[in-house]
Ligand binder design. Sequence first.
Ligand code: ADP
Ligand code: MG
Length: 266
Amino acid sequence: MSGFVLKSECLSFQAGGNRILKDISLRFRSGEIAAVIGPSGSGKSTLIKCLTTTYEPSGGRVTLNGQDLESQEAAYRGSLGYVPQDDIIHPELKVESTLHFAARLRMPPALSNEGIQSQVDAMIQTLGLEERRNLRVRQLSGGQRKRVNIGVELLADPTVLILDEPASGLDPGVEGDLLRFLRQFASSGKLILKTTHSMEYLDEVDQVVLLMDGYLIFSGLLDEMLAHFKIRHAAEVFKKIRSQEAERWQQHFDRAYPATRRLNAP
Ligand SMILES: Nc1ncnc2c1ncn2[C@@H]1O[C@H](COP(=O)(O)OP(=O)(O)O)[C@@H](O)[C@H]1O
Ligand SMILES: [Mg+2]
């Protein structure tokens, strides 16, 4: 699946009588890092669930290379990696054993022990954890633990890697390191999609997606977002958007950046 495009076209999602996502049209491309931001309850996690086939859209569609995701769900799921907000790894296991177990589970059953070990060694090196390989997960810093969680997913060689709030609970600065680390994977033709509360480092992502009350009120580069909302710093955006209703912002965005143009631009 090299050189792929993941799109949502007029995606909506409804639950309990509420429209949680409303006409969301987005395009993500292999090689890019996208950050989904928005106030709490704006629909970030729901959008992720629609993009991972966990939720079926109530309206519109999600496509991969122009074809409905539903028609290629099994293959697509196999190519997904998902790193939830909370740890999925055991605190008492050593770093190396954690990755070894993950590799056993995720790599072809026919792979020999030596084959697995060499993949684990390579992953430890990629993660920058050579000196920590014999430590227990609980002895690691938050950023190192996050990298082990990501490593567990990367062993399955996903083409799309999704991270929910990867920076929450991390020290300032670690988020930047994490982003640069993810950049390497994006450059090898993968798509990295993350949700985040943090307004830092948005200048280092290829696409900022801003949700408010289930509406897509902006997507594009950080500089474009600042110009669009007439603000100087990303940190001001949540305060700014409170000045009018989400639906108005959505209309404002659609006039400035029509969906048809955004989805089909070269
Ligand atoms: N299964 C569901 N049924 C009803 N309401 C839901 C469901 N899932 C989420 N919601 C509501 O949809 C809104 C968006 O939720 P969510 O996507 O989790 O937001 P975020 O991740 O941005 O905080 C919230 O108001 C939430 O209460
Ligand atoms: Mg959420």
